[in-house]
Design a protein around this ligand. Structure first.
Ligand SMILES: Nc1ccn([C@@H]2O[C@H](COP(=O)(O)OP(=O)(O)OP(=O)(O)O)[C@@H](O)[C@H]2O)c(=O)n1
Ligand SMILES: C[C@](O)(CO)[C@H](O)COP(=O)(O)O
Length: 378
């Protein structure tokens, strides 16, 4: 039997009726990304993720996740939605499950880790926070009594369970429940409480969007990198610049295709990631890279950025040469760089300058290029 693993169920089939007008809350934007995309990204280390969607949202889910998660149709209540997802998991291969609200996009790795750790010694575990405020009862705008708050907690998700017991508990439970812990308790399961986080808010009311946006922006990671490269001219009839073949009475000399612009851009991305330079990832001592097309390097650098959770905010490349004239080719260069990096062309700039006939570029001995990029992890 293959070793068993932990699956993640993200429930997102609700309509967000308390969140005000507009799209259901999980589809709304939070600091540049849909809330549900953020929630799913927080569980990126897990191989088996089931996202429960309203039947009307399935096409949007397919578009957003492109097959990277399993989509399951939800039911009329949260409880029914969870059950549909649990039934889609195979207990032969999955031993544990984390059940999380799609509306809690700010879940941290620390809270997930605490729930997982508690599952080593308990059949169920969930994060919660003690209540800090006094608890009143009230009628007609008047306080009518006080409830002792000792031993009371605010429940959060992800709530974690051993799969077979929670599936059995769901099948045995009649009616609706506030959460899966309620269902586990009804089945007599021992549920451990682990420390939750204030920032793990469930977006519920209209004001919660602005609060979540402030938290998300506070966590934003913005990186800048620069790159610089030079290649000398040699005999030939064209140069490769930013992925475009430009006719010229000379060629550029290099171990690869000597695309000086693309090399500067690639190094700028590695620089922003603190990942060294092209030479570290593609050593010139390796014959494999002799004559290599430079899009291989750029594709690797941008892939590494995405793997670390960064998107390209913008890239600006400057080519320094007297000739060939870059202006007539700049549009094609922008389009090609944008295509390789999988970003909108409005985020890419290619421009050129001469060095007023001074220095090696002025004497037309070679071409220099510099690039600056900004990467954002939101
Ligand atoms: N039939 C339902 C109802 C809720 N949920 C999900 O359960 C989580 C917690 O529920 P809640 O915050 O109440 O979401 P909504 O039901 O969408 O909100 P509201 O009650 O305001 O309509 C949400 O991620 C929601 O999408 C679900 O998957 N299926
Ligand atoms: C599951 C939950 O988020 C735990 O706090 C909560 O019970 C959901 O409640 P809701 O009324 O369905 O939003």
């Amino acid at each position: 039997m293959p070793s068993k693993e932990t699956a993640v169920v993200i429930v997102a089939a609700g309509r967000g009726s308390r969140a005000g007008d507009g799209l259901p809350k999980q589809w709304r934007d939070l600091a540049g990304r849909p809330i549900l995309a953020r929630t799913v990204a927080a569980f990126a280390g897990f191989r088996r993720i089931v996202v429960v969607l309203h039947p009307d949202d399935m096409a949007d889910g397919l578009r957003l996740f492109q097959g990277s998660v399993t989509l399951v149709a939800g039911g009329p209540t949260r409880c029914a939605s969870v059950r549909n997802a649990l039934e889609a998991l195979d207990p032969e291969t999955i031993s544990r499950v984390l059940i999380h609200d799609g509306a809690r996009p700010l879940i941290s790795a620390a809270v997930i880790g605490r729930v997982l750790e508690a599952l080593d010694t308990h059949p169920a575990a969930a994060p919660a926070l003690p209540i800090a405020d006094a608890l009143w009862s009230g009628t007609d705008g008047r306080v009518t009594g006080l409830t002792p708050r000792d031993g009371l907690y605010r429940a959060q998700t992800p709530q974690g369970f051993h799969l077979t017991p929670i599936l059995t508990a769901h099948h045995a439970f009649a009616g609706d429940a506030k959460d899966d812990v309620e269902i586990a308790l009804a089945a007599g399961l021992d549920v451990a409480i682990v420390e939750g986080e204030e920032e793990n808010i469930k977006i519920t009311w209209p004001d919660d969007f602005a609060r979540a946006e402030r938290i998300a922006k506070g966590r934003m990671d913005i990186r800048t990198g620069n790159g610089f490269d030079v290649h000398a001219f040699t005999a030939g009839d064209h140069v490769m610049l930013c992925g475009v073949k430009v006719p010229h009475e000379k060629a550029l000399l290099g171990h690869s295709d000597a695309d000086v612009g693309m090399h500067a851009l690639t190094d700028a991305i590695y620089g922003a990631l603190a990942e060294g330079d092209i030479g570290r990832h593609f050593p010139p001592s390796e014959p494999e890279w002799k004559g290599a097309e430079s899009h291989i390097f750029l594709t690797h650098a941008i892939g590494l950025a995405r793997q670390k959770g960064f998107d390209l905010s913008n890239a600006d490349v400057t080519l320094i040469c007297e000739r060939p004239k870059i202006g007539p080719h700049a549009f094609d260069m922008v389009m090609e760089l944008a295509r390789i990096m999988g970003v909108d062309a409005t985020r890419v700039s290619v421009k050129a300058t001469t060095s007023e006939r001074l220095g090696f570029t002025g004497r037309e001995e070679g071409i220099a290029a510099m690039a600056t990029v900004t990467l954002v992890k939101a």
